[in-house]
Design a protein around this ligand. Structure first.
Ligand code: BGC
Length: 371
């Protein structure tokens, strides 16, 4: 079968012929329809991240996925050929208490693998095989947006973590409800945009920032859902001192991360989701005054990575809510669908103005007919 393969830490990617995986007892064979491309994929192709499976000279790339069940092995219940599915990414170490309960997103040993990222083949191939435990069935009505479910799961987890910390200050019984909570989303890539959507649905007043004006697809989508957009290319001064209860960071910019601490309300939470470049330059930081405010303001800084199946399930519910509330808006986040043959351009940089670029592995991608 054809697959996009990489050889980390060697930069580059190629479309190769590799053996198709056999479908064994208890396993599901899935035809891949499409795969989203994200910053992690760019980092792997750039040679900065990623690891092939043990014993394999290459890694099949791709972790944001949508596919259709092609065959089921003996003993599989709950899945049948033709079902649309999205697979989760992380596979647990099998040793720690979290991985043993399918919550490998909190793995304590670090011995997990991630499909398409580290130690396990991904989904940019004509087919993959997995067990039902890691497959989320997708209602056909959500086919056109389901490739966003994996990044949405990451957002669902991040917001849930932040909310859990904010819940420390829930009013005591009998107290009036506090004012509408406010949220700042830093970055308007797919993670930032999905965060703005989820937070708006959860009742937050949402502002999203990036380094662009009002003419981008992201700014227009934000207006459409009632969120505010600000261009902070010249710094966070553009926020005119505004502070927020929950800040979701989705850029991976270390310098920005530190300045965002300053944007927190008392008792506020900053959740970091962007993965910073570990080898970046050291930064001068006014650590004393920053951390003084964190302590005196009961503030919290939380890192959040990956997502277990429960967040894919809540993401699926939110995709339905988005579709009812803002028809067509989620689709507009997928600004480009390109055939897999165009992987070179898509993986080597960003397709101009795109919030999420998707590679189609089957002709027509999500719209390809069941066969
Ligand atoms: C993926 C996560 C993964 C993380 C770190 C992200 O791009 O969406 O599933 O845990 O990268 O490898």
């Amino acid at each position: 079968m054809r697959a996009i393969v990489v050889h980390p830490p060697k930069p580059g990617a190629e479309l190769s012929d590799v053996p198709a995986p056999p479908v064994g007892p208890g396993e599901v064979g899935v035809q891949v329809l499409e795969c989203g491309v994200c910053g992690t994929d760019h980092d792997i192709v750039g040679g900065k991240y990623g690891r092939p499976p043990a014993g394999s000279p290459y890694l099949i790339l791709g972790h944001e996925n949508l596919g259709r069940v092609r065959s089921v092995g003996p003993g599989v219940i709950g899945f049948a050929p033709g079902d649309l599915v999205v697979a989760t990414v992380r596979r647990g170490c099998g040793r720690c208490r979290f991985c043993r309960t399918n919550r490998s997103d909190f793995c304590e040993t670090g011995l997990f693998t991630e499909r398409g990222i580290g130690g396990a083949h991904g989904y940019m191939a004509e087919e993959y095989v997995d067990v039902p435990e890691y497959l989320i069935r997708i209602p056909p009505l959500l086919a056109s947006v389901a490739v966003l479910l994996e990044p949405l799961s990451v957002v669902e987890k991040a917001i849930f973590q932040g909310q859990r910390v904010l819940d420390r200050k829930e009013p005591t019984p009998g107290e009036p409800k506090t004012a509408t909570p406010s949220a700042l989303v830093a970055g308007t890539g797919a993670i930032g945009m999905l965060a703005a959507f989820v937070l708006t649905v959860r009742g937050y007043r949402v502002m999203a920032i990036d380094r662009h004006g009002e003419e981008t697809p992201a700014a227009s989508l934000l207006r459409g859902i009632g969120a505010t957009h600000a261009n902070t290319a010249a710094g966070l001064g553009a926020l005119e001192g505004a502070r927020f209860d929950l800040v979701i960071e989705a850029t991976g910019s270390v310098a920005l991360d530190f300045t965002l601490i300053d944007r927190l309300n008392p008792n506020g939470v900053l959740v970091l989701t962007g993965i910073p470049d570990g080898g970046g330059p050291a930064l001068p930081v006014a650590g004393g005054s920053l951390l003084r405010d964190v302590v005196l303001g009961n503030q919290a800084i939380v890192g959040s990575v990956n997502a277990n199946r429960t967040y894919f399930e809540s993401g699926l519910r939110d995709l339905t809510v988005f579709a009812e509330r803002w028809p067509g808006a989620t689709e507009r986040m997928i600004s480009a669908r390109r055939p897999v043959e165009e992987f070179g351009e898509v993986l080597s940089g960003h397709v101009g103005g795109s919030i999420k670029t998707v590679l189609t592995l089957a002709p027509g991608g999500a719209a390809s007919p069941a066969g």
